[in-house]
Design a protein around this ligand. Structure first.
Ligand SMILES: Cc1ncc(COP(=O)(O)O)c(C=O)c1O
Length: 384
């Protein structure tokens, strides 16, 4: 039995439902952020992130900084690119466009390749762009939470390494870390930025990222000072390294309670093989996509190979609107999110099926949500 107050099940693509033990970790008594107890917890948490991102290269550098997913974009844009340098953004929706805006805000010269709605830029387009000019970085949103489109990072890294090996490869993993396979070392990624509140299952408030030794060297060898104080990786690198070495260090006060929650969430994730976790998210996704097809509905990511496994963006029937269906779902104890794409936002809803709702065999969140969707659509007058 959950110790949480009764509440509708939060099945938006983040924040997600949290495990009791994770929430209870946040009730930890107050500690000094430089005292031995917290330093040890923070250091262990950083070390565990290496396993979560599947990197054993000692040059890889984890960061956990107060903030949210967007801070990861700022870290990339202000530290890895100098004003006037070229950045190639591969966009599959709202969040890819946001990453491009963030890079532009810090002076990068941004080229964006946008996939057709529900699809992603193809390897030949990416190869062509990389041959046309030198890019300092290429960014891809691993799962764009606005569309549920999954990017094929493995193929992307193969293309970039063949055509433009100097280009740094950065993934926005906000909606993919801890639910989609990410082989940081094997694929040769240079940065993955994420946040706690999605598949990692920790309350919002942490920017969590991993950067390669190559990315760290880029930061150290900049010609210009980055136009930031708080997001300066150069300032944070020694702090993260000291914590991991269990030495107290200070640049800006971390949140001990959130770090305790993250420690619990990542410990739970790593207690089982990651492969099992990714496979379970695939199975749940298959079940959701089949139920959607059985209802006679389509998902925004049309092709199976473009479909994320921890969320589904579902086109509503023409006769049903978002303001019709979401309150009916809420009456049945289920919260989905509305659409979030400039061209099709009013036509679909988003169902997040990640973390405890997908992994905890004691929970029936997914079955309940699918039944609630069938019933809510029927109440809206829709017949499959
Ligand atoms: C793929 C993706 N990138 C970036 C962000 C921004 O993260 P945050 O809202 O935590 O700042 C989000 C938020 O949902 C996201 O889904």
């Amino acid at each position: 039995m959950s110790s949480q107050a009764a509440h509708p099940t939060l099945l938006i693509p983040g924040p997600i439902e949290f495990d009791d033990a994770v929430l209870q970790s946040m009730a930890h008594y107050s500690e000094s952020h430089v005292g031995p107890g917290f330093v040890s917890t923070f250091g262990d948490t950083l070390s565990m992130l290496r396993k979560l991102f599947q990197t054993t290269n000692p040059a890889s550098q984890p960061f956990v900084i107060n903030g949210s997913g967007t801070l990861g974009w700022d870290m990339v844009a202000v530290n890895l690119v100098e004003p006037g340098e070229n950045a190639l953004v591969l966009s599959t929706g709202y969040f890819g466009d946001g990453f491009a805006d963030c890079l532009t805000a810090y002076g990068a010269n941004v080229t964006t390749i946008t996939g057709a709605v529900g699809s992603r830029p193809q390897p030949d387009e990416i190869e062509k762009a990389l041959k046309e000019k030198k890019y300092k970085i290429v960014t891809a949103t691993h799962v764009d939470t606005s569309t549920g489109v999954l990017f094929d990072l493995k193929t992307l890294t193969d293309v970039v390494k063949r055509v433009s090996p100097e280009t740094l490869i950065i993934a926005d993993g906000v909606c993919s870390v801890a639910c989609e396979e990410i082989a940081f070392d094997e694929w040769g990624l240079d940065g993955v930025v994420t946040a706690g509140q999605k598949a990692i299952g920790c309350p919002t408030g942490l920017s969590i990222s991993m950067f390669s030794g190559r990315a760290i060297d880029t930061v150290k060898n900049r010609k210009t000072e980055p136009a930031t104080y708080f997001a300066s990786m150069k300032r944070w690198i020694p702090i993260m390294q000291n914590y991991e070495a269990k030495k107290p260090s200070y640049f800006s006060t971390p949140s001990p309670q959130l770090v305790h929650a993250l420690n619990t969430a990542v410990s739970q994730i790593l207690a089982r093989p990651l492969s099992e976790r990714f496979q379970r998210h695939i199975e749940v996704s298959d079940k959701v996509k089949k139920a959607v097809a059985d209802l006679g509905l389509k998902v925004v990511a049309g092709k199976p190979e473009d479909q994320a496994h921890a969320m589904t963006a579902i086109y509503l029937p023409d006769s049903v609107s978002i303001p019709d269906v979401l309150p009916k779902l809420l009456n049945k104890g289920i919260i989905f999110a509305g659409g979030l794409h400039k061209e099709i936002g009013s036509k679909y809803v988003r169902f997040g099926h990640m973390g405890p709702s997908a992994m905890d065999p004691k929970r029936s969140d997914i079955d309940n949500a699918l039944q609630a969707l069938r019933d809510a659509l029927a109440e809206c007058g829709y017949k499959p």
